[in-house]
Design a protein around this ligand. Structure first.
Ligand SMILES: NC(=O)C1=CN([C@@H]2O[C@H](COP(=O)(O)OP(=O)(O)OC[C@H]3O[C@@H](n4cnc5c(N)ncnc54)[C@H](O)[C@@H]3O)[C@@H](O)[C@H]2O)[C@@H](O)CC1
Ligand SMILES: [K+]
Length: 491
């Protein structure tokens, strides 16, 4: 499988269109179904060679069709197979009807299934076609199977997971393995879906890559090839001014540590020069804690405006520990024509009038990356956050469009979206990355990338990825300081 296909995220609607395009190009759709079903047969036999019985649960659409093919393949390999069906298989249509008619063994209704020790369940109830909440009988079946602890292999998606959003529609199988086809779907990588997929295997069932690529939208799984070509200067030793000058704004005397974490992360991530800009009251504290990072006294907007005449100041991080209020708003508005990472208090400061920030960004024409977690996102984008019909990806995309900024919507399944619609889901962050100061470190890495001249979207996705990789390298028990020490070279 080509790695760029592995990193496409294809929504169920796009996948349906791709299936149609494949059929229109002359590819036999039943062959695709057979390839899908037999891929599942192979995966089940490989993972569970000692299964006493494979139990295939077949639904009313093509996912069920894949299940009948898998059942037949398993039976032909000599395994014990039991098939249970949802709905009346006589009502199946098209390829699924043909797969059913090729299944020559018995089939019982799903209500008759009682999980037994030694069973391995093949979940072929629903895949990409799940379009509403599951009915009660299916919810109860899923709960019975999950409670029994018998292993489940899902075809395409664990039934109950919405492939577009990753949300659970009533209940969902917690699976050991999920076998999907051609490319992953958002629901495989967005939470809670991701936590229920087990190991995910993407199987090529024979749709030509050109058809898949042509039908894919602008969603990707985050990976270094997405910013290839932008990282080079940071990896090589080069002149410090070429690697850019990053400025991080410090908070008041009681809250200076967050800015220093951002600054140290920016330096470690490759910024050539880093300055902590601080009010007079915190100047001494910052100066006494910093060595490689420089210190500059900036008390108010007037000093800032004057200092900003220096165009060598490449990028700015505003928010970590900064304090919520007018000063943060004034500073952010003054920076809307520059490259700015707005984080934490910098975001919250615009809670009562986000439109003021968005208008300034539209007018300023600078590059803005905002890094909200759930709470901050809801403060700045209450209507988007409250729209339950949207996936996390769609929320980030809507917020990016509304604000004219690149949005890093943080979480265990961080999504980065650009105003032009591009979006990635990140999947390399270990759970222990959620620790005090971790967000300050991320903001500093984004700042370093902007300082070097990377475009905002690439700067953000590369930062999220390096941050996740640093977390994995630092290991459980990491602190923000050890995280900074583990930031890998940019690839
Ligand atoms: N992507 C591809 O190239 C291929 C896809 N195949 C399979 O086809 C699947 C998609 O098939 P379908 O589009 O038929 O979709 P599904 O088989 O996932 O489900 C569709 C059926 O379920 C019903 N349904 C949806 N939500 C329901 C709910 N909550 N309660 C009760 N019934 C509900 C629909 O009315 C429809 O009858 C994929 O997941 C995959 O397994 C394979 O056959 C091979 C080719
Ligand atoms: K399924």
């Amino acid at each position: 499988m080509r790695s760029d296909l592995q990193h496409l995220l294809i929504t169920p609607a796009e996948m349906t269109a791709i299936d149609r395009a494949a059929a229109q190009s002359g590819i036999d759709s039943f062959t695709l179904m057979r390839n899908a079903g037999l891929a599942v047969t192979a995966a089940a036999l490989r993972h569970f060679p000692d299964a006493r019985r494979f139990v295939v649960l077949c639904g009313p659409g093509n996912n069920g069709g894949d299940g009948y093919i898998a059942a037949r393949g398993l039976a032909e390999s000599g395994a014990d197979v039991a098939v249970f069906v949802l709905g009346d298989p006589a009502r199946l249509q098209g390829d699924a009807a043909r797969a059913w008619s090729d299944w020559s063994g018995p089939a019982a209704p799903i209500s008759a299934f009682e999980p037994q020790a030694g069973d391995v369940v093949i979940d072929a109830l629903f895949g990409a076609g799940l379009s509403r909440d599951l009915p009660d009988d299916v919810v109860h079946l899923i709960e019975r199977v999950n409670a029994s602890g018998v292993p489940v292999v899902a075809i395409d998606l664990p039934s109950g997971i919405d492939g577009r959003t990753g949300e659970i529609r009533g209940a969902a199988f917690a699976t050991r393995h999920t076998v999907t086809f051609m490319a992953p779907k958002p629901g495989h990588w967005l939470l809670p879906g991701r936590s229920l997929c087990g190991t995910l295997k993407v199987f090529d069932i024979g749709i030509p890559a050109r058809i898949v690529s042509a039908g894919a939208g602008s969603l990707r799984l985050n990976a270094p090839f997405l910013w290839a070509g932008w990282g080079g200067d940071l990896a090589a030793s080069t002149h410090k001014f070429k690697r850019g000058h990053l400025v991080v704004f410090s908070g008041d005397r009681q809250a200076t540590g967050a800015a220093r974490l951002s600054a140290a992360a920016g330096l470690a991530a490759g910024a050539g020069l880093v300055t902590v800009a601080t009010g007079k009251a915190a100047l001494g504290i910052n100066a006494s804690h910093l060595t490689a990072v420089m210190v500059k006294e900036i008390d108010g907007s007037r000093e800032l405006t004057k200092w900003l005449q220096d165009q060598r100041l490449g990028s700015f991080v505003l928010g970590p520990g900064f304090g919520i209020g007018k000063k943060a708003r004034d500073f952010a508005l003054a920076l809307c024509d520059r490259s700015l990472v707005l984080d934490a208090d910098g975001i919250t400061s615009f809670q009562t009038n986000p439109g003021e920030l968005f208008a300034a960004l539209a007018k300023g024409g600078g590059q803005m990356v905002m890094t909200p977690h759930d709470g901050e996102f809801a403060r700045l984008f209450p209507e988007i956050a409250g729209d339950d019909g949207l996936s996390k990806i769609e929320k980030a995309q809507a917020a990016a469009r509304a604000s004219h900024a690149v949005i890093v919507y943080k979480g265990a399944d961080t999504v980065v979206a650009a105003p032009d619609g591009r979006a990635v889901v990140n999947n390399n962050a270990p759970p222990w990355l959620a620790t005090a100061g971790s967000g300050d470190v991320l903001a500093g890495i984004v700042g370093a990338h902007l300082a070097k001249g990377m475009p905002a979207f690439e700067a953000a996705i590369a930062a999220v990825w390096r941050h996740g990789a640093a977390g994995a390298k630092a290991g459980p028990g990491l602190t923000a300081e050890t995280l900074i020490g583990a930031i890998p070279p940019i690839s």
